[in-house]
Design a protein. Structure first.
Length: 328
């Protein structure tokens, strides 16, 4: 017996089909990111073999390690992302918005974002302590020893500047930009989850997920990647600065930790003041735009999570994370 769709049913079917296609595209992009990382690693190993010990010795330094991380971010996220967008003919102006923001409003958003990003460190600490209860420790060391002007400059460039540009370009730009036409909340949550998984480390995943929620929400509310880039830069820059204070000054680890806590308290107080001020002028600040089409948020999330390429990527990154944790 032939079944005829009603207009509403047909629209829902097309909506889910388009969302599934978009989700599969995002999953493919993430797989391409992983392939690019693998190819980059193979090229590096091959280059190390040809150069003998000279390249390997150079990479053992903080300067060399941060340089290789910076190159990885540029090649993986920026170049692969651009090729992906051009191949799919994605509207670049919509994926990478930079709507004008007033200076005062921008400062308030950056302060709020940095404060919440620093608070996200506690999510990582909670996960770390939970695993330690079961006798498990993470291989993530949290940074490199920074010594000398060259190391300091390269650390800020490759840990603060390049990731802020490349990762915001990839996740709040491409990933979130492809999903936000379906649902603002969906775009923020899914892009944050993928951003967390991408880090491939049990300590960084919860921190990156929480940070992604902050970057994504602010990018969505301002229709601009600029605040997220600045927040990402300052968050990573503060981490680099604390490492520098610990390795290049007489300050002890406890003193550096006290400085971090004081900074966080100041930022949290300012954030509370700024949030109240923003809510007074923007009543809908915490609302999300949603292209409903009769589809519930749960159905949208189910459609995204059941996309084959995203499932493959998730399995790949979980296997990668387990292997890394077991071999370190």
């Amino acid at each position: 017996m032939q079944y005829f769709y009603t207009q509403k049913e047909y629209e829902e079917y097309q909506y889910k089909r388009n969302l599934r296609s978009t989700s599969n595209g995002i999953g493919l992009l993430m797989i391409l990111f992983m392939i690019a990382e693998l190819v980059f690693s193979i090229v590096f190993v091959f280059a190390s073999f040809l150069s003998g010990d000279s390249l390997t010795d150079a990479m053992d330094t903080a300067f060399g390690m941060t340089l290789i991380n910076g190159l990885f971010s540029l090649i993986t996220f920026f170049f692969v992302g651009i090729i992906f967008c051009l191949f799919r003919r994605e509207p670049l102006a919509e994926l990478f918005p930079f709507q004008k923001i007033g200076a005062g409003y921008l400062v308030m958003l950056v302060v709020i974002g940095v404060a919440f990003s620093l608070l996200s460190n506690y999510a990582a600490d909670a996960v770390s302590r939970m695993f330690e209860m079961f006798g498990l420790t993470s291989s993530y060391s949290g940074g490199v020893e920074i010594e000398g002007t060259g190391d300091i400059f390269m650390s800020y460039l490759t840990i603060a500047v390049i990731p802020a540009l490349a990762e915001e370009f990839a996740f709040r730009g491409i990933v979130m930009g492809m999903l936000k036409k379906y649902s603002g909340a969906l775009a923020v949550i899914v892009s944050s989850a993928i951003f967390g998984l991408m880090h491939g480390n049990i300590i960084q995943i919860p921190f990156a997920f929480c940070g992604g929620l902050i970057f994504g929400f602010i990018a969505l509310k301002t229709n601009s990647l600029l605040p997220g880039i600045l927040i990402h830069f300052f968050n990573n820059g503060i981490s680099v600065t604390l490492d520098i204070l610990q390795t290049n000054t007489p300050l002890t680890e406890n003193t550096v930790n006290i400085i971090f806590v004081i900074l966080m308290i100041v930022l949290c107080i300012l954030s509370f003041i700024f949030i109240r001020k923003i809510i007074k002028t923007k009543k809908d600040f915490f609302s999300f735009p949603d292209s409903n089409k009769g589809i519930s948020f749960r159905e949208k999330m189910k459609t995204v999570c059941s996309s084959p390429t995203l499932i493959v990527y998730t399995v790949m990154i979980i296997i990668y994370t387990v292997i890394v944790e077991m071999t370190q």
